[in-house]
Design a protein around this ligand. Structure first.
Ligand code: ADP
Ligand code: MG
Length: 267
């Protein structure tokens, strides 16, 4: 089993000491080759759960009252920081909603990709540069930007779609076993969304597992091999058969989600 989340609780404590339980009793598993879609309305705890997997929540305010997260049988929440740093990037690739949160505004795209490689792989700077250009070529899609020009650009010089393609390259280039994508296309306009999704589908390795977080059921129906619905911090329904789920959601809340999505399709 690639990923096993066991009985996980995640809470936030504010400056006044008040505690919000953002995730409760979450149990999820992911095998290599699977894409687990986590859906639910804003604030339902999707990001809290998925970012916990890479221990990326700022702590404080986040803390873990109970539960365990195993990545190939290594427990993440109790792992020493140096080991965790090794895993991030190399074994766990992360793609966020807003690339500007993750890209440095001060460095050229190419240099940032090279840095990512050099941090994790014992290769020459030239080999890292080659790899960066190769990946920009892969994520370019039907854009006319050539990789050499793209590599020289600073993030603010690029469109949101081109920034997000860089994030995808950064998240996937080291061949992670687990890819965490938190609303990877939400900030993009609809045509770019479709291109970026296709790219993720094409590029993620068949033997990796993907945790795909989205409030968009359309994205889940295109990408996921299984899904979990979250509401108020709890997983209220899971399905190993997305097509069956969309035809017959069980939980009343899932039924309303699916109903709304179908209504929007018709509009
Ligand atoms: P989602 O990704 O599904 O929109 P989140 O995981 O971001 O939901 O949020 C789940 C709950 O945790 C929400 O009630 C949110 O307000 C709360 N929350 C998220 N981040 C913090 C934080 N840094 N401090 C306090 N509460 C937070
Ligand atoms: Mg979120």
């Amino acid at each position: 089993m690639l990923l096993r989340i066991e009985d996980l609780d995640v809470s936030y404590r504010n400056d006044e000491g008040e505690v919000t339980a953002a995730a409760r009793n979450v149990n999820l598993t992911l095998e290599r080759g699977e894409v687990l879609g986590i859906v639910g309305e804003s604030g339902s705890g999707k990001s809290t759960v998925s970012l916990s997997v890479a221990r990326l929540l700022p702590s404080p305010p986040a803390f873990y009252p109970k539960g365990k997260i195993f990545l190939d049988d290594e427990e993440i929440l109790s792992m020493p920081l140096p080991r965790l740093r090794e895993l991030r990037g190399k074994k766990i690739g992360v793609i966020f909603q807003d690339p500007m949160d993750s890209l440095s505004p001060l460095h050229r795209i190419g240099d940032q990709l090279v840095e990512t490689v050099l941090l994790h792989e014992k290769v020459s700077k030239q080999a890292a540069r080659d790899m960066a250009l190769e990946w920009l070529g892969k994520v370019r899609g039907n854009s006319t930007m050539d990789p050499v020009t793209w590599a020289k650009a600073y993030p603010h010089e690029l469109s949101g779609g081109m920034q997000q393609r860089v994030m995808i390259a950064m998240g996937l280039m080291l061949g992670p076993d687990l890819v965490i994508a938190d609303e990877p296309t939400t900030a993009l306009d609809v045509t770019v969304q479709a291109q970026v999704l296709k790219l993720m589908k094409d590029l993620h390795q068949a033997n990796s597992g993907v945790l795909l977080i989205t409030h968009d059921l359309g994205v889940v129906s295109q990408m996921a091999t299984k899904l979990a619905v979250m509401k108020n911090g709890r997983v209220i329904e899971t399905s190993d058969d997305p097509a069956a789920f969309f035809a017959h959601p069980t939980h009343p809340y899932s039924q309303s989600l699916v109903g709304e999505a179908k209504k929007m399709e018709l509009e």
